[in-house]
Design a protein around this ligand. Structure first.
Ligand code: AMP
Length: 278
């Protein structure tokens, strides 16, 4: 496994493997956990060459404190990646990705005006900026993203379409801790008590999926919000049942199309997201 820190070093390494070789790509912000490693394992199984990027992208953080406290540990990340079969780790400094300001404005229409887009202004523009740049550098045939970031996947798919990029976006299932809590780099920032308490998020979502036949959409949305807010450690920012394609809130279970319940919850200062299929 090779660690490279510059675009030119990465391009050089990729050229050595040959231009026709299909590259699988896993973009991450580091502080790796089993969720990330599952994406890497799938990429390794499906591509002859796999690149993992580790870059905490400043442009996607709307909250400066969140950026400051975001966990970083390149050494531990490299150790975790050693055994995976990943070939190259690209860990650039911010100047390497943004030699000057990136003023590009993407337009994802209604996909970005709801949920994460609504509560984290500018977040998805920053995500699109970095992922489009990384795609340009890595030139992957396939790129792997987790369904934990449900709305992000929709945004990336839209971006790939808009820019006509020759990359297949592969969606990977959510990997969970034993308690059911969705794995996240931010979980490291939770106290042991909060981490236990945060398992209520997934438990409640699972129960909500079971109750969907008995309650209206509105009732489910209220029930989930109230149940989680009942924990003194947790505060729901939003919970919405949305259509998988449009990401717009549904009114009735009878509406056509697949549906997902998406949630953001504050556990103290730490913001967690999760979702469940209905
Ligand atoms: P991040 O480092 O948080 O930006 O995540 C990098 C990639 O890993 C994104 O595509 C995430 O959706 C994915 N990912 C993060 N946590 C999980 C998880 N628990 N299960 C599956 N994928 C995940």
């Amino acid at each position: 496994m090779i660690l490279v820190k510059t675009r030119s070093a990465l391009s050089e390494q990729l050229q050595l493997t040959g231009n026709e070789v299909e590259v699988g790509f896993v973009p991450t912000m580091g502080a790796l956990h089993r969720g990330h490693l599952t994406l890497v394992a799938r990429a390794v199984a499906e591509n002859p060459v796999v690149v993992v990027s580790i870059f905490v992208n400043p442009n996607q953080f709307n909250d400066p404190d969140d950026l400051k406290r975001y966990p970083r540990n390149l050494e531990a990340d490299l150790k975790l990646l050693e055994g995976t079969g990943c070939h190259m780790v690209f860990a650039p400094e911010a100047e390497e990705i943004y030699p000057g300001p990136d003023n590009r404005k993407f337009n994802f229409g209604k996909l970005e005006t709801v949920m994460e887009g609504k509560h984290r202004p500018g977040h998805f523009n920053g995500v699109a900026q970095v992922v489009s740049k990384l795609f340009d550098i890595v030139q992957p045939r396939r790129a792997y993203f987790g369904l934990k970031d449900f709305q992000q996947l929709a945004i990336i798919n839209a971006m790939v379409k808009q820019l006509s990029l020759p990359v297949e976006i592969v969606a990977c299932d959510i990997v969970r801790e034993e308690s059911g809590l969705a794995m996240s780099s931010r979980n490291e920032l939770l106290s042991p008590e909060d981490r236990k308490e945060a398992a209520l998020i997934n438990q409640t979502l699972n129960r909500a999926a079971e109750l969907a036949g008995e309650k209206t959409v509105k009732e489910i949305e209220n029930w989930v919000t109230e149940t989680i807010n009942n924990s003194p450690a947790l505060t729901v920012e939003y919970f919405e049942v949305v259509d998988n394609e449009s990401l717009q809130r549904i009114g009735n279970w009878s509406e056509e199309g697949e549906k997902t319940g998406c949630i953001a919850v504050y556990c103290g200062k730490i913001r967690l997201i999760d979702n469940v299929r209905f």
